[in-house]
Design a protein around this ligand. Sequence first.
Ligand code: H79
Length: 417
Amino acid sequence: MTEIEYFKPERGQRPGANQDPRLDWWRAAKFGMFIHWGVYAIPAGVWKGEHIPGIGEWIMLRAEIPIAEYEQLAPQFNPVKYDADEIVKLAKSAGQKYIVLTSKHHDGFCMYGTKETDYNIVDGTPYGQDILKDLAEACAREGIKLGLYYSQTQDWHHPNGFGNTWDFNEDEQDFVDYIDNYVKPQVREILSNYGPIAIIWFDTPKIIGRQQSQELLELVHELQPDCLVCGRLGNQLGDYATAQDNAIPPDLQAEIDWETPATINDTWGFKTQDHNWKSTTRLIQNLVEIVSKGGNYLLNIGPDAEGAIPQPSVERLQGMGAWLDAHGESIYGTVPGPLQGQEGYRTTRKGDAIYVHIFDWPPSGRLVLPELEVKSGTWLDAGVESPLAVNCVGDSTVILGPAAAPNEHVTVIKLTK
Ligand code: H79
């Protein structure tokens, strides 16, 4: 196994950005919805009857599908079940504070009405409507922030984009021309035509040079000064750092603002054969784990070719939202807690309050923490009726509760001075 590099410099945060107040809303938000959606939802992991392993949105590369063949997906794309309001309401009910939609993934197909190519949802499909416009309007109505994923380096459809070695000869490509005359005009479009965009989520920097990353950063901030740029812009120029996909760093990351993008099953783009859904408990624990170490959780859904959200995703997101309804105080607006690297529990803090999130409830009902100089404790969930005792004993804080965990996912105790 290769060692996981949680924070490569090229996905890192620009020095000084960790003091930037433009990130304050994002620092408090903790939990966002990622949406991976494009024409790859039609093959959904199967090409010419063959299951193509790996993440669904990579099918064009994995099967080395020629552009002329892959392009034929667009005239089949007619997601009549797409309902922007339903997606935004799902995000809200899950407790997610922002949404990031793929405006263009590596396959080059654009999910918005661009003037730069006909290979887009408005001009190239029977559906013919601007999915991004609908989502932007629904987000504005519901007061949820909208970000956009944009694949700035890989574009397997553009003659000068990176990554398609089966249709193009790399030696003949002009990558800087692609950045200057395709990527920049498209970034200008998505930041000019859809109202406020909270985040631009660039991905897989790979060959992008420092100057190109710098120019894209300046373009974004010129058009929308408050728009955050994720670390995958490349060259350590992002407003915040992006961890490796699905990777949660082992320790507290106190010096940087960071985010883990993650899947609920194993794919981003919809795949019929991926049923490896993480449990609601696991997803809640991942959220707590990430927040306890100072990060944000950007959790993905992959709508199908008709625009429906897979039911297992809906159920899990609603389960997370129900937990957050009772426990949001210990997540939103918190900072990492004083006890790190402990077995079986994680801590967050807000002002004087320390929140202990218990993953492994002790069968004795007795949990011993290092001394925290706290005087009292309560269940965070007002619905829990079990007695709770918190005592300082010597150098320890001893919590006494029932034998069974009061919450089926993660029980939270609020400790105060
Ligand atoms: O958008 C999602 C992914 O498509 C994208 N980032 C998230 C947010 C991503 N781009 N690259 N990668 C993830 C990692 C790619 C890993 C690879 Fe492979 C290993 C590419 C080729 C070998 C996995 C296996 C993907 C294709 C085959």
